[in-house]
Design a protein around this ligand. Structure first.
Ligand SMILES: Cc1cc2nc3c(=O)[nH]c(=O)nc-3n(C[C@H](O)[C@H](O)[C@H](O)COP(=O)(O)OP(=O)(O)OC[C@H]3O[C@@H](n4cnc5c(N)ncnc54)[C@H](O)[C@@H]3O)c2cc1C
Length: 342
């Protein structure tokens, strides 16, 4: 087990509500680490609708999902939060009153006084492709994300899919892998045109293979793959040497491990006290889409309000002796100092 990273607050989820919570906690001198399963910051705004305009952020008539994420990151810069991306929080153990030891699926351990669950609709999890018997190879030769590129050095690698993830990894892993075969069900790709062009150039110069069709069977021993069979759209059958596979079939949202942390749940949502956004476990708060209370609206602006109230209670756990005085950013020179504007 790695040495624990100690922090005042750990936030599960770097969506818009987790990000704004960093601001509200920062104004109260509370230090934050955030963990997110995704390889990017911004939650649904970044993953599901980066280019779509949002019209109901107070004071901003129109901003895209990507734009809002960028602005939130700019706003929290003075507080210098630490992000741990590509990691899922799996386990939460109580070690204090309050105090928690939190472990990710990559084995990273945090010790925090307060845990803020800003996990939205739950964890984005990869969709499993309809390949018979693929489960047997998961965690061995079949991976749904790239954690360490080195793992693919010298491998006969099959990448399946036609979106940005599939094409980006074809291009990034091409210099490392022994041979890459890209399999997609049609000869038309959703990925960025420039990536598609680069991939086609590699195919044309014989540096990788492209098969149009579907993976229908896998061969191997234990968790180790040795070959995959691809049925072409023209009916042809091709057996390809393959000892690593990366399928990219999109993401789905599931509650995931949040269900096992001892929190009360109602229809897969976490009930909270609306004065503090604390859950049934003292020291664990839930903000944003993951919580429920009478009248809840799953809107970004609701999550911002929830983050502000959560911070007022969380700070009492972090600094039990400190008297917290309510202040405006417009007029408080001490808040302006923290923001680096005075
Ligand atoms: C197409 C679309 C359009 C929308 N338009 C609007 C709009 O116009 N206005 C508006 O206000 N709202 C809109 N919404 C809703 C808005 O996006 C959500 O209310 C908002 O994203 C909720 O933010 P959040 O931070 O609570 O959660 P999310 O944005 O869902 O982020 C949660 C994050 O937590 C991570 N996570 C979950 N579990 C774990 C775990 N165990 N370990 C580590 N990380 C974890 C996830 O990977 C995710 O990144 C829209 C939603 C969609 C899908």
């Amino acid at each position: 087990m790695s040495e624990a990273i100690k922090t005042d607050v750990l936030i599960v989820g770097a969506g818009p509500c987790g990000l704004f919570a960093v601001f509200e906690l920062g104004l109260l001198d509370v230090k934050v680490h955030l963990v997110d399963i995704l390889d990017k910051i911004g939650g649904q705004c970044a993953e599901l609708y980066p280019e779509k305009p949002i019209y109901d952020i107070p004071g901003i008539p129109m901003i895209t999902g990507h734009g809002l994420t960028e602005q939130l990151l700019e706003q929290i810069k003075p507080f210098n939060p630490t992000f741990h991306l590509n990691e899922m929080i799996e386990q939460v153990e109580k070690i204090g009153d309050p105090g928690f030891r939190v472990t990710t699926d990559a084995g990273k351990v945090f010790e925090c006084k307060v845990l803020v669950v800003a996990a939205g609709g739950g964890s984005f999890q990869p969709k499993r492709p309809p390949v018979p018997g693929i489960e047997a190879y998961e965690g061995g030769s079949v991976h749904y994300a790239v954690r360490k590129m080195e793992e693919f050095r010298g491998k006969d690698l099959m990448i399946v899919g036609g979106g940005d993830s599939a094409l980006d990894w074809v291009l990034n892993l091409h210099p490392l892998a022994k041979r890459i075969t890209l399999v997609h069900r049609r000869d038309d790709f959703r990925a960025a045109p420039h990536s598609v062009e680069q991939m086609r150039a590699l195919v044309a110069s014989g540096q990788m293979d492209l098969l149009i069709g579907q993976v229908t069977a896998l061969e191997g021993e234990g968790k180790e793959l040795s070959a995959a069979t691809v049925k072409g759209n023209d009916g042809s059958i091709t057996k390809v040497a393959c000892n690593s596979m990366l399928p990219f079939f999109g993401l789905t949202m599931k509650l995931g491990p949040v269900a096992n942390w001892g929190l009360h749940l109602e229809n897969n949502l976490i009930p909270v006290d609306t004065g503090t956004f604390e859950t049934n476990v003292p020291g664990i708060f839930a903000i944003g889409d993951i919580n429920t209370y009478p009248g809840k609206l799953k809107l970004i602006l609701s999550g911002f309000h929830e983050g502000a109230l959560m911070a007022q209670k969380a700070v009492k756990y972090v600094y039990p002796e400190k008297r917290v005085v309510f202040q405006y950013t417009t007029s408080s020179s001490s808040l302006q100092k923290k923001l680096g504007v005075n």
